[in-house]
Design a protein around this ligand. Structure first.
Ligand code: G3H
Ligand code: 13P
Ligand code: NA
Ligand code: ZN
Length: 328
């Protein structure tokens, strides 16, 4: 059954759990997420980036979500636009049946340049007003995702194209968060605490100097009823790096967001936990393994089925650890 982000996160808040939000680009990822949800009786957030919409086509994505809702009728399903960059992206998502949108006004519409606070408030409030007219939910973001180690935004996509960011820009300010939520009326607030997107978040297991979990606790203390969102929440497990590298891959050693830090966030108001990279790595590890172990194989299903199985296992683990299992 289709539900909004608001409905889903209100339930998560009441019962004190977190919901992983997994990214989708194709049928196999959709089936892996929903099979995992069915296996552990969990509610689901599926999200599509602008890149996913361009890759799969809006019509295809919309029909895939219809199909998943029909195949898994017992699972509460929220379809969410990940990192909408302007009004048009958010409104066309809703038009295609998404029940929730992220308006990421922490960056300008180029999705690279950090935006002013006034720009962020203005565009997010406008999208929230329009989305709420038609019953969709809105996630906003305050603070720019990026590395506290290097001062770079979006660590995976290059080297300081927009110059170094200040600590203030990379960690959400609790006072500003209070003002932002009041002025925009968002249903959920994504915060920045030192994580970034992609596989290369940290050069070592993160400690308090490079991962500002305390800011989540401060924001939750000020805004106890606001649903917080953690982006860049892949854990980049060592075993997935090892599978990829054991079968011809060449990923440099890296560290992600430890699951125990996410669990700590969930104890302090984090209700939506965005995960894409881990799912990509789970699938790619199997593509590489099959290609290595059976070089004569040429049926794509022989690659995709183990990849789906690996992604499903990853999703089951996150549903369980975030407390979403049994909550559908
Ligand atoms: O926000 C980042 C997500 O991992 C989506 O990535 O834009 O490559 O689809 P993408
Ligand atoms: P990861 O790259 O850590 O999986 O983060 C995904 C994300 O935040 C999508 O919005
Ligand atoms: Na999002
Ligand atoms: Zn994100």
């Amino acid at each position: 059954v289709r539900i909004t982000l608001r409905q889903l996160l209100d339930h998560a808040g009441e019962h004190g759990y977190g919901v992983p939000a997994f990214n989708i680009n194709n049928m196999e990822q959709g089936l892996a997420i929903m099979e995992a949800a069915r296996a552990c009786d969990a509610p689901v957030i599926i999200q599509a980036s602008r890149g996913a919409r361009a890759y799969a086509n809006d019509i295809m994505l919309a029909r895939m979500i219809d199909a998943l809702a029909e195949i898994y009728p017992e699972i509460p399903l929220c379809m969410h636009q990940d990192h909408g960059n302007d009004e048009a992206t958010c409104l066309t998502a809703i038009r295609h049946g998404f029940t929730s949108v992220m308006m990421d006004g922490s960056l300008m519409a180029d999705a690279k340049t950090p935006a002013s606070y006034d720009y962020n408030v203005d565009i997010t409030a406008r999208v929230a007003e329009m989305a709420h007219w038609v019953g969709a939910s809105v996630e906003g973001e305050l603070g720019v995702l990026g590395s506290l180690e290097t001062g770079e935004a979006e660590a995976e996509d290059g080297h300081g194209a927009q110059g170094k960011l200040d600590h203030d820009q990379l960690v959400t300010d609790p006072d500003q968060a209070v003002d932002f939520v009041a002025r925009t009326k968002v249903d959920a607030l994504a915060i920045a605490c030192g994580t970034s997107h992609g596989a290369y978040k940290f050069t070592r297991k993160p400690t308090g100097d490079i991962l500002a979990m305390n800011v989540i606790e401060e924001i939750h203390a000020r805004l106890p009823n606001v649903h917080l969102v953690m982006h860049g929440s892949s854990s980049v497990p060592q075993e997935l790096q090892d599978i990829i590298n054991a079968h011809g891959g060449a990923m440099p050693q890296t560290f992600g967001m430890p699951v125990e830090e996410i669990e700590r966030g969930i104890r302090h108001g984090v209700r939506k936990v965005n995960i894409d990279t881990d799912c990509r790595m789970a699938m790619t590890g199997q593509f590489r393994r099959i290609a290595r172990e059976n070089p004569a194989e040429f049926d794509p299903r022989k690659f995709l089925k183990p990849a789906m199985d690996a992604m499903r296992a990853l999703c089951i683990d996150r549903f369980a650890r975030f407390g979403a299992a049994g909550q559908a």
